[in-house]
Design a protein around this ligand. Structure first.
Ligand code: DOR
Ligand code: ZN
Length: 344
């Protein structure tokens, strides 16, 4: 049995770092695990311009604890009114690494998102032209579509037509949750990739609904039935370069989740690598973990691989029931569980 694994330093290709006290309370967990992270722009108000992107990046860097070497990669929140010139200038000067498509009202702080993809056609064409990647929250929002079907319907109605229309656009189908998404990504060629979260590899929808409502297992896209979880595990551990690590760590105050209308989001940053590695070990694919965590992402984004390594050791440890984020309790993924790997 293997007791130690050393891999090239990994990155998180999808994280919510928030702002203010919550940012200061959580950024260290991500910076301890990852060299870089694609930072989501769904603040209130959202990061919709290059100037806002630079200011947010400065706040993140100021909040990173001393001694940690961490680079936030910023994203621009697309709206119906995004200015293609400002976006392209932000990409050209290195402010933005990608742009994020939130269908309006799909999730937390997405009210300013895109109401109809036709409204951003010129922006998407410009992105294809300049090689700027598009991160996609892939769910339709129509009230008549069941929440468990929203990802699959998004593929048919929005994503498939989009990649046919703009074959040069690089698309990251984020936090995929279904067998349908795996089938789509596998068939879409090398212009489309997907991130997969730890929670969607570990839990299905029963974890949210059996034995009582468990708000800390609620995120969007919502976990689906077991067949989908198994398809995601197979995809993540397959060795395909189309899949890579993106935690979607999304901290909310404990009382905002344990509420009559609980927020969507799972805070998995403290032990994300340990959580993923458990899955790769269970699937007999430890040898494929490094590509998923540290190689496929930068290659897809056209960024250099990180220098340096991290080591994970076999060591049982219990996950706290709650973390203190500058005075706000936040319940982590795996709260109260025992994990069997630990980042050295
Ligand atoms: O569960 C989620 N939480 N999904 C998202 O898309 C947004 C995120 C958040 O910002 O809390
Ligand atoms: Zn997210």
């Amino acid at each position: 049995m293997m007791d130690e694994l050393t891999i090239r330093r990994p990155d998180d290709w999808h994280v919510h770092l928030r702002d203010g006290a919550m940012l200061r309370g959580v950024v260290g967990y991500t910076a301890r695990q990852f060299a870089r992270a694609i930072v989501m722009p769904n603040l209130a108000p959202p990061v919709t311009t290059a100037a806002l992107g630079r200011a947010y990046r400065d706040r993140i860097l100021a909040a990173v604890p001393d001694g940690l070497d961490f680079t936030p990669l910023m994203t621009c929140y697309l709206t119906d009114d995004t200015d293609p010139d400002d976006l392209a200038a932000g990409f050209a000067d290195g402010t933005f690494t990608a742009a994020k498509l939130y269908p309006a009202n799909a999730t937390t702080n997405s009210a300013h998102g895109v109401t109809d993809i036709a409204n951003i056609e010129a922006v998407l064409e410009r992105m294809a032209e300049i090689g700027m990647p598009l991160c996609v929250h892939g769910e339709v929002t129509e009230a008549d579509i069941d929440v468990f079907d929203r990802e699959a319907v998004f593929i048919d109605r929005i994503l498939d037509p989009l990649v046919r229309r703009l074959p040069a656009l690089r698309v990251i189908f984020e936090h995929i949750t279904t067998q349908d998404a795996v089938g789509f990504v596998d068939g879409a060629g090398d212009r489309v990739a997907a991130t997969i979260t730890p929670q969607h590899l570990h839990i299905n929808r029963n974890a949210m609904l059996v034995g009582g409502m468990r708000p800390h297992n609620y995120c969007l896209p919502v976990a689906k039935r077991e067949t989908h979880r198994l398809a995601l595990r197979k995809a993540a551990t397959s060795g395909s370069a189309s899949y890579f690590l993106g935690t979607d760590s999304a901290p909310h105050a404990q009382d905002a989740k344990e509420s009559a209308c609980g927020c969507a989001g799972i805070f998995n940053a403290p032990f994300a690598l340990e959580s993923y590695l458990a899955v790769f070990e269970e699937e007999g694919a430890i040898d494929r973990f490094e590509a998923f965590a540290s190689e496929n992402g930068p290659r897809f984004y056209g960024l250099p691989l990180n220098e340096g390594t991290v080591t994970l050791r076999r060591e049982e440890h219990d996950v706290l029931a709650a973390f203190d984020a500058e005075g706000t309790p936040v319940v982590p993924f795996h709260a109260g569980d025992t994990l069997r790997w630990k980042l050295a």
